[in-house]
Design a protein around this ligand. Structure first.
Ligand code: F0G
Length: 394
């Protein structure tokens, strides 16, 4: 197993603390596919560490992550006239988002490397997750967040798990810049998704989808912010393919919020990627203008024959409400971007109704209760009498 630059191909040993190649390119963990256990995809006892032989760490800091439900969305299937529709509900992870997959592997790696401090920039979920896993590992966590711009539940989580929470007067992209500089200067282990070990944990979403579904879906649709997760899931599918476990691959469809959509814009306008200065959306988790993993994400979409799309805040809120009211699935706004994207692409005819789709619902709805309170009507109180109640329901 080595770390390999995705731009120039240069290789580095796995036990070196390094996030980028000398050339500036992103690194990727190359797994020795001769040594993986290809017989484990049997639909049973699904949880992240089932796939240990496919993961590049020996230590294990775990909160029992993964094994999240893959729901068939029968009501929405019939509403939308889609052949097969599923949601992989990542909100069911220990801290309520898919980030736990990255952190169980990333914090384990930190211990293996002998690091006793970890750091990240975050729009919320990464900070909550890092804080929890650092607490479990007994090491110090620093989390930098855009001041006043992260959802309440996520802030509460980072605080209660005991991380040093540092709000930054700026956005996520500013916070990440400071984290990159700090980790280098002060020797603190960085666990943003440019750390390739994070993505190793997150690639298990692909393994679990195949394990649960018993087949490869035609399409995987997910929200894109810093663009790590789409890269990770694609890597997971490709590894299964290269190891001979599966003989087909899904299309990867990445959805951004309109006000923070540098990848979707470049894709649709068929031009080179350009970061955005002032990203804005109610989906605070993906309010990112300069996705650090954009090269990997672009390749995932290109190689898989997929696409990038963007959706408006109104479309996101409508999709959030639909998932909750039609399927009993309460997700945070960023996660609802996946369904909003599906609806938009079906309506425009860019994708087919006669295929199977897995939506990755990335974070729990309770992370961001204010969105619901602000955007949907909260009922007025009534007198505590049968008459008053009858009046309301009639
Ligand atoms: N959905 C949720 C709920 C997220 O929290 C994030 C990213 C994404 C989607 C996008 O994933 O960055 O891999 O493309 N949240 C990060 C954070 C940036 O700091 O919590 P991505």
């Amino acid at each position: 197993m080595v770390l390999k630059c995705v731009v120039c191909g240069r290789e580095y040993p796995e036990d070196e603390v390094r996030y980028r190649c000398e050339c500036g390119g992103l690194l990727e963990v190359v797994i020795d596919l001769d040594k993986v256990d290809t017989s484990i995809f049997n639909g049973k006892e699904i949880k992240l560490w089932k796939y240990e032989s496919w993961l590049p760490v020996k230590k294990r800091v775990s909160l029992e992550e993964g094994g999240t439900p893959l729901y068939r969305l029968l009501n929405l299937e019939s509403d939308l006239g889609v052949k097969e529709l599923y949601a992989k509900n990542e909100g069911a992870n220990p801290t309520g988002s898919f980030k736990d997959r990255g952190m169980t592997v990333g914090v384990s790696k930190a211990l293996e490397l002998g690091m006793d401090k970890v750091i990240c920039a975050s729009t919320g979920n990464t900070s909550a997750s890092l804080a929890a896993y650092a607490a479990k590992a007994g090491i110090k966590a620093y989390v930098l967040i855009p001041s006043g711009k992260i959802a309440l539940g996520k802030l509460a989580q980072a605080i209660i798990y005991g991380a040093r929470v540092v709000p930054i007067k700026g956005n996520f992209d500013d916070a990440l810049r400071v984290v990159v500089e700090t980790s280098k200067e002060l020797g603190i282990y960085m666990l943003n998704s440019i750390n390739p070990f994070r993505l190793e944990g997150q690639k298990t979403i692909a393994y679990e989808i195949y394990d649960q579904l018993g087949k490869v879906p035609d399409n995987v649709i997910l929200p894109v912010g810093n663009a790590g997760n789409i890269s990770a899931i694609w890597k997971g599918f490709k590894e299964m393919y290269e190891a001979g476990v599966i003989d087909e691959l899904p299309r990867m469809i990445g959805i951004q919020a309109e006000g923070a959509s540098p990848l979707a814009k470049a894709w649709k306008e068929k031009r080179k990627f350009q970061p955005e200065e002032s990203p804005e959306t109610i989906a605070s988790a993906i309010r990112i203008g300069n996705p650090a993993n954009w090269i990997k994400a672009w390749r995932a979409v290109e190689e898989s024959g997929g696409l990038f799309e963007s959706v408006s805040d109104e479309e996101i809120l409508r999709a959030q409400k639909l998932l909750a009211s039609r399927e009993g699935l309460f997700v945070e706004p960023a996660s609802a971007a996946s369904l909003a994207g599906l609806i938009k692409l079906l309506e425009s005819g860019e994708i087919s109704r006669n295929e199977s789709y897995v939506l990755i619902t990335t974070g729990h709805g309770l992370k961001d209760p204010n969105i619901v309170i602000k955007n949907f009507q909260v009922p007025e109180p009534i007198d505590p009498t049968l008459e008053a109640f009858k009046e309301v329901i009639e």
